[in-house]
Write a protein that binds this ligand. Structure first.
Ligand code: NAD
Length: 360
């Protein structure tokens, strides 16, 4: 058996962490004689440097014809990198938005799980995280304000900027179904997050999600306003199972949830379309401040690769083996600098990859 994986190493720490994920995948699938055919393609800053645009038609086509896409992060220092002197539609992030749209990746899955071994890195009080937490943020990824019209006009001599937020009921329904399906495999609870006290798009969101909820009588379901949700994540994160929300709210809440786990370097992410196809990448960015130093934490990317095996290839055993190896390495006290604590052994990016691969 073999699978075709398009690989976008990306910018900053991207190439360093993706190599470690490939190392771990290859080790995990080797036992069953499964092979991964990797095709490397460029996107983001690396593609701008090579082709003048952040996403070429060829890259998009190769990704479309693959079984899944494995990606590092893209982008550079947004203040100093020349990529950010370019018009908005030619910057690295424009490539990512176009890729998500082109691959119809409308559902973004971001787990936020508190590892027992990393509790000391969690910024919340011990009493709040006594019982740990395990939530999944199901974020709508191809609609909403990020994809609406953006424009700046001069009216009566002053600049006026507008960003349009639009959702239709089909976009809401399909992400709601993904959220409830995920809840059925987890803790059977969905918290739908919106701003229905202010926004029309949120009021439609509520109505459609309530309709979908009727098909899942086993799932406990509640609505929560986004401002309250932002507070609840730091006040009582254990209450959440699946957080279902629209694009911009999900962007912000998933970063907040990341932070309370202790490190961005631990958080995996999957973006999926209707079938089994998905793009797998860490939740964090390209960390240009630490690029090329062999100190980045590769675990988020390695755990994203485990999600790829589980969700796109149905290789559940291999995915479990990778997750167990990560837990074992943490239990043995190995840490990259971002999750380092007293009494632990500090290791670099490639050493962390080696340690995890060796425990599979
Ligand atoms: P970032 O996530 O890259 O970095 C934030 C902080 O976390 C930095 O101090 C960084 O060193 C640290 N960090 C991140 N990942 C780490 C890891 N694996 N190991 C150790 N430390 C880690 O966010 P940023 O600095 O706001 O953004 C940098 C660039 O990344 C920007 O160009 C941004 O647009 C881009 N970005 C890309 C994606 C993506 O590709 N999906 C997502 C977010 C940001």
């Amino acid at each position: 058996m073999s699978f075709n994986v398009a690989v976008i190493k990306g910018d900053g720490i991207g190439p360093e962490i993706v190599v470690e994920a490939m190392k771990v995948i290859d080790k995990a699938v080797a036992k069953k004689g499964i092979t991964m055919n990797y095709t490397q393609v460029l996107m983001g800053g690396a593609s701008i440097d090579e082709h003048g645009v952040p996403l070429t038609d060829e890259t998009l086509e190769i990704c479309k014809n693959s079984d899944a896409v494995l990606m590092g992060s893209i982008g550079g220092n947004t203040t100093t990198s020349p990529w950010y002197q370019l018009p908005a539609n030619l910057r690295p992030e424009a490539g990512l938005l176009a890729l998500r749209k082109g691959l119809n990746l409308y559902a973004n899955l971001r787990p936020a799980y508190l590892y027992e071994e990393l509790k000391s890195a969690c910024p919340l009080k011990p009493s709040i995280i006594e019982n740990g937490f395990d939530m999944l943020i199901m974020r709508e990824l191809t609609g909403g304000i990020y994809f609406g019209e953006h424009r700046t006009d001069v009216e009566d001599g002053i600049r006026v900027a507008r960003d349009f937020l639009t959702y239709d009921e089909n976009e809401i329904r399909r992400i709601a179904i993904k959220g409830f399906d995920a809840a059925m495999k987890r803790g059977k609870k969905v918290t739908s997050v919106d701003k229905a006290n202010v926004l029309d798009s949120s009021r439609l969101w509520r109505k459609v999600v309530e309709d979908v909820a009727k098909d899942y009588p086993e799932v406990t379901f509640e609505h929560m306003l986004v401002d309250n949700c932002a507070m609840q994540i730091v006040y009582n994160p254990a209450q959440f199972d699946v957080l279902l929300t629209e694009n911009m709210f999900g962007d912000i809440l998933s970063d907040e949830a990341s932070m309370v786990t202790g490190s961005l370097g631990m958080l995996s992410s999957a973006s999926m379309s209707d079938g089994k196809f998905g793009l797998y990448e860490p939740s964090h960015g390209s960390a240009p401040d630490i690029a090329g130093q062999n100190i980045a934490n590769p675990i988020a990317t390695i755990l994203s690769a485990a999600m790829m095996l589980r969700y796109s290839f149905d290789l559940d055993e291999e995915a479990d083996a990778i997750e167990a190896a990560v837990k074992q390495v943490l239990a043995e006290g190995y840490r990259t600098v971002d999750i380092m604590s007293e009494g632990c052994t500090k290791v670099g990016t490639s050493e962390m990859g080696d340690l995890i691969a060796a425990r599979i």
